[in-house]
Design a protein around this ligand. Structure first.
Ligand SMILES: Nc1ncnc2c1ncn2[C@@H]1O[C@H](COP(=O)(O)OP(=O)(O)OP(=O)(O)O)[C@@H](O)[C@H]1O
Length: 808
């Protein structure tokens, strides 16, 4: 039975591990309102000082901008570059300072005297352990150092720290200290503020046995601890950062050195996504220059991207980090469709590699197709619908040119031989065009018999050069080449695969006819599926991109104004322009973070791997939540993408999302989905058991009524999770209930969370795919407060309405 008491055994164990709600000494329990008010006033005075200092810094930055603009008028080339760098820096700084952080300053630690008395670059003492004698024999001590922790560091005019950046080494004890290992920390305080007003403080004592004094006064403890306050808040449509309450095991991941691969496993709600986002901010802080190469965060769905994308700006980081859904990793493609589990399974597997390689070569033989733009192969859906009537015009079967006064011709047999020779090996198809062109010219030269005219090698070379020139100058030759060896695009090849007969040919001995039919059919739809995107990316690698002439850089209007363009006809790019251009062109990153890594298919791992060939990696996931049917194949592809780099492994063990009552119910499905695996311990308990309802005659009516009930019970959001093919239906059921409630297909629920969740027919979700039980486990672990399960026709509910999958 689920534990219903507040702080039950699970919670008590979790609390010990995470320094939650550390014991408040009896002397402190009496902390009354006047103590609280006094403490708040003290923090307010500090915050006021910080804002005065920030205003001075903003003025400095504005001055820098103006000064830089003045220099722009009279610059030498050197001054110009300096101007750009300065404007860029000042702009970034201003932006960050002007950003009204809701709780700019959020933490404070009061510390004992340290072992050695050395200070670090942020002005704080570096020692982790207290000095001998810092605690007196009668268990009293003096506070030697107080540090305030915030979103960015602020120094006073004497370079003493007013606020320590949460990512700085000096801030680590704020997150790491626990009553078991307190280090120098006596009290950890979370400060809640809005705009410039301090609203409250929550303290945790790390050494409750100690009576500590600060400036001669006893150090009080106020409130019930910060984590519980944070977890109890209702959820909105976007994720909040957790800087004020990161826990020790999470902090170790966030601050792990970036070398090689950091691999993080943890059950639902253990903070993997939160940790991944905070880690991106930490890495940038720690080595901004190195990560100028960009950080990519790969997320499973656009919904999760939208849910999480506010976190980094709230941490003061934008720009350098790209959060992309798996379906948007290829530029210009936004996948909106889902394949059936059977088709997804084929498209995601490495078997597709062979098929794509065949298709890329095979598509060449189809020629440019009717109505395609010059040099490109295009197939429309109607063409694929009926291969007999609408097959694209095939490639030319004969080449005729006139050179050296003779008609020369290559017939289809000769052309086929040339194509086969040109295609030998594995080089990208589009890059073989020059080779094919040369082979054509060789064959025509041979036919011309001109080689026999001279034995002098120099003359022969000249003769050959003028022959080639004459042939290639002919429009006919160029037109032939474009039609016979068109430049292929990934989209065109994938579209060509929508023809069932063609695909069966290219997939012979790899896919059975039924599989080829299903895949071809899925490619006929309008739009791309998430799994198509990995195929497009693979095709890009197979086809290659021919080099194009570089576009001439535009002249900077400022240079025209100052006449500088005459001094520097080809101006070097400024740092900023370069950064912007690289960001636009970027296909590879310095660090890649993969969220929900358990879901990547082998083909998706290849796609993601190409974006981080020289990168360091953070990979977070939970095998028990995998919706991919063949975890072994995916693990092998993941290992290939990550190469031989050493792995550093971490495990997160505490579930911050689900109350223990919900976690326990989900645990039953986990036991079926992955026998023997251990669920994370839930950190809190609400006393609210999951509710079971049995669908009436009309499923939609029951869902709507239960969703409306949950909306009345929670202030925040309600997620209604249904099997994938009920998505549209579910949206209609909920119409008019407002935007606090959302209908989701089971696969769309990945990574998201709601105050309350309604899971509709566990059996339908479990039966959807071979990984259905794991997908159901995901659905059951989305709620932060309340869970209702509706049993449908297939669920075989008992007299209490509990579906068979959720019974003991
Ligand atoms: N230290 C913390 N302080 C406050 N809230 C936290 C903390 N750690 C995690 N949370 C909250 O717990 C919830 C779950 O976190 P998150 O979504 O990152 O977990 P996850 O491991 O990625 O879960 P899943 O595997 O189910 O997607 C979020 O609301 C997050 O803000």
């Amino acid at each position: 039975m689920p534990s219903t008491s507040e702080g039950g055994p699970v919670a008590a164990q979790a609390q010990q591990e995470t320094a939650v709600g550390s014991v408040h000494g009896t002397a402190h329990e009496a902390a009354d309102d006047s103590v609280r008010d006094r403490e708040i006033r003290g923090e307010q005075r500090h915050l006021d000082r910080v804002y005065r200092r920030l205003e001075e810094k903003i003025q400095e930055a504005e001055f820098l901008m103006e000064d830089a603009a003045r220099r722009g008028q009279i610059g030498t080339p050197g001054a110009l570059a300096e101007r750009d760098a300065q404007v860029f820096q000042a702009g970034v700084h201003l932006n960050r300072l002007n950003n009204e952080f809701e709780d700019f300053l959020f933490g404070r630690i009061d510390l004992l005297r340290g072992k050695d008395g050395k200070k670090g670059p942020d002005g704080a003492y570096t020692a982790v352990e207290p000095a001998e004698g810092a605690v007196r024999a009668d268990n009293t001590a003096d506070i030697a150092e107080t540090l305030h922790i915030g979103r960015i560091g602020v120094l006073d005019e004497n370079y003493s720290p007013l606020v320590i950046d949460w990512r700085a080494p000096a801030a680590a004890p704020f997150y790491r200290a626990t009553p078991v290992e307190p280090g120098r920390v006596v009290r950890r305080r979370v400060i809640r503020s809005k705009g410039r007003r301090v609203l409250g403080v929550e303290d945790d004592l790390m050494r409750p046995e100690l009576t500590a004094y600060l400036d001669g006064e006893e150090l009080p403890a106020v409130g019930d601890g910060a984590l519980m306050a944070a977890l109890g808040r209702s959820r909105g449509h976007s994720m909040r950062d957790i800087v004020a309450s990161i826990q020790a095991e999470q902090d170790r991941v966030i601050r792990a050195p970036a070398a090689s691969v950091t691999y993080v496993e943890g059950g639902p709600g253990t903070g993997k996504t939160a940790v991944a986002l905070h880690r991106a901010a930490y890495l940038l802080y720690q080595d901004r220059r190195r990560y100028a190469g960009g950080i990519l965060i790969v997320s499973p769905t656009p919904l999760l991207v939208a849910y999480t994308e506010g976190v980094l700006p709230s941490l003061g980081e934008e720009g350098q980090v790209a959060i992309r859904a798996l379906g948007s990793l290829v530029d210009g493609v936004e996948a909106t469709l889902y394949d059936t589990p059977a088709v997804a399974r084929i498209k995601g597997s490495l078997r597709m590699l062979k098929v794509l390689r065949k298709a890329a070569r095979g598509a060449l033989e189809l020629g440019p197709g009717a109505g395609a733009p010059a040099g490109q192969l295009a197939f429309d859906d109607t063409a694929a619908d009926d291969a007999d009537t609408a097959a694209p015009a095939g490639p030319p079967t004969r080449l005729r040119v006139v050179a050296f006064g003779r008609r020369l011709e290559l017939d289809s047999g000769a052309l086929d031989r040339i194509r086969r020779t040109a295609l030998g090996g594995t080089a990208p198809v589009n890059l073989l065009r020059p080779r094919a062109r040369r082979l054509l010219l060789d064959a025509l030269w041979e036919r011309s018999g001109a080689a026999a005219r001279t034995t002098d090698p120099e003359l022969a070379a000249e003769l050959r050069a003028s022959f080639d020139e004459e042939v290639t100058a002919e429009d006919d030759f160029q037109t032939f080449l474009d039609a016979w060896w068109p430049e292929l695009t990934p989209r065109a090849v994938l579209a060509a695969m929508a023809d069932e007969r063609r695909l069966s040919r290219w997939a012979r001995r790899v896919l059975d006819p039924g599989e080829a039919r299903e895949v071809a059919r899925s490619l006929k739809r309008d739009g791309w599926s998430v799994h198509d995107v990995a195929l497009l990316d693979e095709l890009q690698a197979i086809l290659g991109t021919p080099a194009r002439p570089r576009r001439k850089r535009e002249i900077d209007p400022l240079d025209q104004l100052t006449g500088l363009e005459e001094l520097m006809p080809v101006r070097e790019e400024t740092q900023r322009e370069r950064a912007e251009r690289l960001a636009q062109e970027r296909t590879e990153y310095a660090h890649v973070i993969v969220d929900e890594a358990q879901d990547l298919t082998p083909m998706q791992w290849r796609m993601v791997g190409r974006r981080g060939r020289h990168a360091t990696w953070t990979v977070v996931g939970d095998p028990a939540q995998s919706s991919w049917s063949d975890p072994d194949e995916a693990a092998a592809a993941r290992d290939e993408a990550l190469g031989t780099r050493p792995r550093r492994r971490f495990e997160l063990t505490v579930n911050y999302r689900n109350p223990s009552e919900i976690a326990e119910l989900a645990g039953k499905v986990l036991a079926l989905a992955m026998p023997g695996s251990r669920p994370p311990s839930a950190v809190r308990s609400t006393g609210l058991r999951p509710r079971f309802a049995v669908a009436g005659r009309k499923l939609g009516d029951t869902v709507r009524a239960e969703a409306a009930r949950l909306l009345r019970r929670v202030d925040g959001t309600v997620g209604v999770v249904v099997a994938m093919d009920r998505r549209e239906e579910a949206r209609r059921w909920l119409a008019g209930l407002g935007d606090r409630v959302v209908a989701l297909g089971s696969l769309e629920a990945k990574g998201l969370e709601y105050d309350a969740t309604l899971v509709v027919s566990p059996a339908e979700i479990a039966d959807e795919s071979p990984a259905g039980l794991r997908v159901l486990y995901v659905a059951l672990t989305r709620a932060t407060r309340e869970l209702t399960v509706i049993a449908g026709e297939r669920d075989d509910p008992d007299e209490l309405g509990v579906p068979d999958l959720l019974r003991d």
